[in-house]
Design a protein around this ligand. Sequence first.
Ligand code: PGA
Length: 261
Amino acid sequence: MDMTGEYFEEQAASLEPPVLHVVADYDAMTARAADVVAGVVRSRPTAAITLPTGSTPTGLYRELIARAKQGSLDLSRMQLFCLDEYLGRAPEDEVSLTRMLIDEFIEPANLSEEQVHYIPSTADNPRAAADAYENEIVEAGGLDLTVLGLGPNGHIAFNEPGSPPESRTRVVDLTAESREQNSAYYGGAEIPAQAMTIGIGTILAARRILMIVSGESKAGMVRQMLEGPMTSDVPASWLRLAGSRYEVILDEAAASGLSGR
Ligand code: PGA
């Protein structure tokens, strides 16, 4: 472990540990995550929330949409902040994470344009635009909840291995592994080499952080994230700096590599 890791490890040791829920399967993970989102929106109807993209959250989208349609959840004032997008790509592009979020959640949940904050991935000056995105979060009162998935290489949003805990919204190079993972979302399409992502520091500043993970293929990374050294090699390990503001919902298969299981 390097000095930086050691310093942060000590900091995390002085905090309450993350809140861990192990549930039977994907559907139970989804239902529990929906309860967390619903609770946050109920206590603050204008809550600022991020939702991840990828294969893990599709059940969560469906559950939130169903609750909104039944009338038990009012999403009409929540503010949705996007986590990440390929650099230069916009929702009009087929290969776009924002497109995925629009198709699978934003439109079916009937969110209005004013409720959604898009990653400025097509800005002429990405650096200034990334700073402006951070300001948008501050103006919304800060993030009430960031819901995250876990990348196979330990990334959170597109904070790839090497990302420091204080990182903020910025342009990043994508790893070959993440490009391959993402390519599968679009039937094997080529994925841009760079992306814009909110930072680990942006995530750590949220009032609550919720990580959802399903399946045995992620079990090894879950163990590293929760029990391995805190290191930029495993960006998700930095979330332990949030102490008990950080909640993890795992299905049995994703939890199967944890000690004592
Ligand atoms: P996945 O992606 O849900 O498709 O496994 C998770 C992530 O990379 O955040």
